[in-house]
Design a protein around this ligand. Structure first.
Ligand SMILES: Cc1cc2nc3c(=O)[nH]c(=O)nc-3n(C[C@H](O)[C@H](O)[C@H](O)COP(=O)(O)OP(=O)(O)OC[C@H]3O[C@@H](n4cnc5c(N)ncnc54)[C@H](O)[C@@H]3O)c2cc1C
Length: 348
């Protein structure tokens, strides 16, 4: 196991900001993950697990302890009843696995095409898009429990998945290193064409879209919003959506509607969001004085997506934090709601 020192972390993230890791280890096997954990313990080093770096804001000071990059490879497929089970190494690229599942004509993750990051990162915030989330298909998660050093298989229920959350980023944050994820997909299943954008894309088609058509549609829609990493497009230098869609109680929703009415506005109604009592964070941001393309410094709002804060070149993490706080403050002053951030802040 190679232990590197003072390794720059910015190039390992999609945002491209932040300082170095004091120590850095890349683990390709479960045994190497165990060795890295023992090393951190024996030297009393703060420990951070890095996946594909697509949901992170690393502080300018970097990470003072050990960063473990999980690079466990492998995809194994087997049948179980009417499902195909895919056991996937945490270090596999998520979108590469989605492409493989679609090419095997297995349904369940096609709408999650084009999301960057690793397989091991997907259970953490219960990755979701266009009406699907990994909670719908995760059968189990194999993880090293840092509490007692045991490798455990956690079933779907044990992960407590909800909108952008699981035990891995809430109650048990920092407890597990995810080693492998098993997804139960449906052979020859129908694609999930639930969201308006997808329905619009396929309007007028005389044939039923296949899983491959759906994957292609999702990738094209994402590209138009700079939510597909495209080399050279600076609007893609983001961590995806910077804020979560707020989930409101009836009372909060009523108050928000009253504020909107007083301004002569109507909260937009998206059936898919409303079913989960979510409202659009993008709408709140855009109706608090921010627009796509906002900001003329090194950090700004994407020209293609109101929720993506982008690095326009050589930005610092401090600049990201300053814009994030400006947006949160103004949304709170205007709408009485505090937007929660989606990316993980590391080393702050
Ligand atoms: C352009 C763009 C579009 C995006 N679109 C979406 C979207 O549509 N939907 C969505 O949900 N997300 C989206 N994201 C966010 C991001 O891609 C996902 O959250 C992704 O799953 C993060 O995985 P990662 O491997 O990059 O994790 P990282 O960013 O490396 O880490 C994120 C968190 O997961 C933890 N982690 C990662 N791997 C492991 C592991 N093996 N064991 C334990 N903990 C681990 C880290 O410690 C950290 O807390 C987008 C991001 C970008 C840049």
């Amino acid at each position: 196991m190679l232990i590197q020192e003072n390794v720059p972390l910015a190039p390992l993230t999609t945002l491209k900001v932040g300082g170095p890791a004091r120590y850095f280890v890349q683990a390709h096997t479960i045994a190497e993950v165990g060795e890295a954990v023992s090393l951190a313990r024996s030297r009393n080093l703060a420990f951070f697990v890095l996946g594909g770096g697509s949901n992170l804001v690393i502080s300018d000071a970097g990470w003072p302890g050990l960063v473990l990059k999980v690079s466990i490879p492998g995809v194994e497929e087997r049948s179980q009843g009417d499902k195909s089970l895919f056991e996937v190494g945490a270090g596999e690229q998520w979108d590469k696995f989605v492409a493989q599942a679609v090419s095997r004509n297995c349904a369940g993750v096609e709408c999650l095409s084009g999301i960057p990051g690793s397989v091991g990162g997907t259970p953490v915030q219960n990755v979701g898009a266009y009406g699907q989330e990994v909670a719908d298909t995760i059968e189990s998660v194999l993880a090293l429990d840092l509490k007692d050093g045991q490798v455990r298989e956690l079933c779907n229920e044990a992960c407590s998945f909800q909108y952008r959350t699981s035990i891995f980023n809430t109650s048990e944050r920092g407890r597990y290193v995810i080693l492998r994820v098993t997804y139960a997909l449906t052979p020859d299943g129908e694609p999930a064409i639930l969201y308006a954008d997808l329905k619009k894309y396929f309007a007028g088609w005389s044939t039923k879209p296949s899983l491959a058509d759906t994957r292609e549609a999702v990738r094209q829609i994402r590209a138009s919003k700079a939510m597909l990493i495209t080399p050279g497009d600076e609007d893609c230098r983001s961590a995806g959506s910077f804020f979560k869609n707020p989930v409101l109680s009836d009372e909060q929703y009523k108050e928000l509607s009253q504020r909107a009415t007083a301004k002569g506005l109507q909260i937009p109604s998206y059936p898919a969001l409303q079913a989960q009592r979510k409202i659009s964070a993008a709408w709140l941001v855009e109706h608090s004085g921010f627009s796509k393309g906002y900001g003329n410094g090194r950090v700004g709002i994407s020209r293609k997506h109101a929720l993506a804060i982008v690095n326009r070149g050589d930005a610092t993490a401090a600049e990201f934090v300053a814009l994030k706080e400006q947006i949160q403050r103004r949304v709170e002053d205007t709408w009485g709601l505090r937007l929660e951030t989606e990316p993980v802040f590391v080393g702050f």
